[in-house]
Design a protein around this ligand. Structure first.
Ligand code: NAP
Length: 289
């Protein structure tokens, strides 16, 4: 019996998870198919109930269903509970568990590809949506010395700042203005873009939350946006002499953690990264034609 895996979202056409997950399954010789399925909010309950079938190993869950799936699961782990969001469902003998591997993926990429250890460092997060929440939660577990969160909607930044303050980490919310960002960036060791600025088909695809002269040369600039691979922010950071890390590594590492939960096998991360990068490069090329 061929096993079933996949990802659900609404819409879902943009997802590259099928490409790198199928590459990993094939590389490991696992007899399974990973498919993207568009599931509307009205269909979510029935869809999740149907995952208890023996051929289903599990699924990934993306926007807008990460919260909506929770009531249909038997158990939710501590990371997903803390985030209030599930990105991975595992089916074991008809029992469905919910997990969140986003924070893990963020940290693995930061440490392995960025060579960065958060402890004792000052961090500037730009953005305060779902991804930023996962990033702050992951960083807080590691411990660091100071957090600044800049966001267009200041109230959302205030909420994230509290996650650090309750752990005794000095933290402040600031508006998304050029002046405030300049002052904040000057002292930052790590700058993370968690907004959709710079994202293809997003609200501001040519934009960057920080300009070249605002980026300290010794910092690491981590852009969660992975489409395109090289965002305007990463280009500016490279020219400023800062280290750069794109979102594709995080995407692959969160997927690798899901893969290991479903299959019990070590994920072939280099194979997954190569497949993901190849498909993104093709998208970049066709967009620039
Ligand atoms: P979200 O919850 O919708 O949050 C969007 C964030 O972007 C908010 O902070 C929002 O500010 C800000 N924003 C949107 N349009 C803006 C504009 N025109 N000017 C300034 N700020 C703007 O989205 P999300 O799920 O957190 O995702 C954010 C980004 O991270 C996306 O590009 C996504 O692809 C990427 N991501 C990457 C990975 C990965 O594995 N690499 C994982 C998750 C997400 P307001 O609060 O003021 O609306």
């Amino acid at each position: 019996m061929r096993s079933e895996l996949g990802i659900i979202g609404f819409p879902i056409g943009h997802s590259i998870s099928p490409v790198f997950q199928q590459a990993a399954l094939d590389y490991c010789g696992i007899d399974a198919t990973y498919r993207a399925t568009e599931v509307s909010p009205e269909q979510i309950g029935d869809f999740v109930k149907n995952l208890r079938r023996p051929e289903v190993l599990g699924i990934n869950v993306t926007v807008p269903h990460k919260e909506a799936v929770i009531p249909y699961l038997d158990e939710v782990d501590e990371f997903a509970t803390e985030a209030g969001a599930v990105n991975t469902i595992v089916n074991r003998n008809g029992r469905l568990t919910g997990h969140n591997t986003d924070g893990y993926g963020f940290l693995r990429a930061l440490q392995e590809s960025g060579g960065f250890r958060p402890r004792g460092r000052k961090v500037l997060i730009v953005g305060a949506g779902g991804a930023a929440r996962g990033v702050v939660q992951a960083l807080v577990r590691e411990g660091f010395s100071q957090l600044l969160v800049a966001n267009r909607t200041l109230a959302r930044a205030e909420v994230l700042v509290q996650l650090a303050k309750v752990r005794g980490i000095p933290a402040q919310a600031i508006p998304l203005s050029w002046n405030e960002l300049s002052l904040a960036a000057v002292e930052a060791h790590l700058i993370v873009n968690c907004t959709t600025i710079g994202m293809a088909h997003g609200p501001d695809p040519q934009g960057t939350p920080l300009l070249l002269h605002q980026i300290p040369p010794g910092s690491l600039v981590y852009d969660l946006v992975y489409n395109p691979l090289e965002t305007p922010l990463l280009r500016a950071a490279a020219r400023a002499g800062a280290g750069t890390l794109g979102g594709i590594q995080m995407l692959v590492h969160q997927g690798a953690a899901s893969f290991e939960m479903w299959t019990g096998e070590t994920a072939p991360v280099p194979v997954m990264l190569a497949a993901a990068t190849e498909v993104m490069k093709k998208m970049d090329t066709s967009r620039n034609k």
